[in-house]
Write a protein that binds this ligand. Structure first.
Ligand code: 13P
Ligand code: SF4
Length: 300
């Protein structure tokens, strides 16, 4: 039996749901019950009925499942898969920053630790941020940790006042406008689709700005047939597999999130056998973080 067949068999036998972020490798997507962006995964995490859930993604995503489903056994596909952005700001830092801006509402990108979420007011994802921030009953927003996403959202909602901190995704922040110009020169007929975690000067060059699934849906539905994909290179891989009649180009070979690539089919099989890392959260942290996620799902 192949690893894939073994996973599919154990998934049925052991009442397991496999969730995968769309940055995962193609073979992981093939065994997943649900593939999506951060917001879709959070919504799915709340609905899932199975006793066991394997999150193929990074740690904060597995924590989100556990926060919403404390009675389920939740596995992180690979114990080393963290998100550097989620781990760059902690509760102590933000507690201090809040003292400087006491009348600001703290809006946390979902790429944050559960512990940090306990001192924030609401979570957002790249696909839900604009809608949620618009609906908030305040015009003073302290947006953490991604200053690039924060900058993009602040431009979409100019009537609100934003305070940003100097955090972000090292993978997206690596891309420079010159890289995009080179890709555009090589593919002059292609539309440039970008994730708002990229630098503002990169986002300015885009024909479309959106989350990972936003980018995928735009490319699939567009009449255009050539695209430069301004996010993790696996999105270009998935789109090429799904739309073989269209052409998808990467910006650079280095647009890769190492943490998202750690998960292998062997890791997933291990979790299916009950041998992977199980997420544990103390109840105080879980309930404190849940407040922010519930609010996100309610407003999103
Ligand atoms: P989305 O899935 O919300 O597009 O976010 C991308 C990302 O970097 C997840 O870690
Ligand atoms: Fe974190 Fe960036 Fe990797 Fe997403 S792509 S998991 S934000 S480091």
């Amino acid at each position: 039996m192949s690893i894939k067949e073994e996973i599919l068999k154990l998934k049925e036998e052991n009442d397991i749901c496999i969730l995968a972020h769309c940055y995962q490798n193609p073979e992981i997507l093939e065994v997943a019950d649900f593939v999506g962006d951060s917001f879709a995964l959070a919504v799915e995490a709340e609905k899932v009925q199975n006793k066991n859930v394997i999150m193929c993604g990074v740690r904060f995503m597995a924590e989100t499942v556990k926060i919403l489903s404390p009675d389920k056994t939740v596995y992180l596909s690979n114990k080393n898969a963290g998100c550097p952005m989620a781990e760059m700001m902690d509760k102590a830092l933000i507690t201090e920053v809040k003292k400087q801006f006491p009348d600001y509402m703290v809006v946390a990108y979902i790429n944050t630790t559960s512990d940090l979420k306990t001192v924030c007011d609401v979570c957002v994802t790249s696909s839900s941020a604009q809608k949620i921030v618009s609906k908030l009953d305040t015009d003073k927003i302290l947006f953490i940790p991604d200053c690039n996403l924060g900058d993009y959202i602040s431009k979409q909602i100019p009537d609100k006042e934003f305070k940003l901190l100097n955090g972000g995704c090292p993978t997206h922040a690596r891309i420079e406008p010159e890289d995009v110009q080179k890709a555009k020169e090589a593919h002059p007929n292609a539309l440039f689709l970008v994730h708002p975690e990229c630098k503002p000067a990169v986002v300015e060059l885009a024909d479309y700005v959106g989350s990972t699934t936003g980018i995928m849906n735009f490319a699939k539905e567009s009449d255009h047939d050539e695209f430069i994909i301004g996010t993790e290179n696996n999105i270009a891989v998935h789109l090429s597999n799904e739309c073989p009649e269209k052409k998808f180009y990467t910006v650079t070979d280095t647009f890769v999130c190492p943490n998202m690539r750690y998960t292998t089919l062997e890791n997933v099989l291990e979790c299916c056998k009950g041998e992977g890392e199980q997420i544990e959260l103390d109840e105080e942290t879980r309930v404190g973080a849940k407040r922010c996620i519930d609010r996100m799902i309610e407003l999103g």
